[in-house]
Write a protein that binds this ligand. Sequence first.
Ligand code: NI
Length: 138
Amino acid sequence: MSSIRRFGISLDNDLSEKFDVRVKKKGYSNRSEAIRDLIRKDLVEQEWHEGGEVTGAVTLIYNHQKRELLNKITDIQHNFQKVIISAQHIHLDHHNCLEIIAVKGNPPDVQKLTNILKAIKGVKHGTLSMSTTGKGLT
Ligand code: NI
């Protein structure tokens, strides 16, 4: 376990009060835990900008009855085997499907895959959850 360093933070009252409201609303047990989370979030964003190895999940909602849509989505995934580590298809109802694609690789490839999938006609909603391999975080 890494050792702990303590430091003080100066904030004006207004910002401090807003932060305390957020801490309480989000259910953090204390300010330190909330600040640790903010720092980790910033470090993960930096990983995505600097282009190391990242992980994440692409989620898609689409109607499988639309012609050729399922084939297109599958073809694209075959072209991105380098970054796709797993995929799960869930039949939400009679028409709608949820596809969750776990990704690991460099940020431009992951972003490209996401953009291509989201742009397919018939995909109702697509998101990319940007995460980390966790190697650089404690
Ligand atoms: Ni389905």
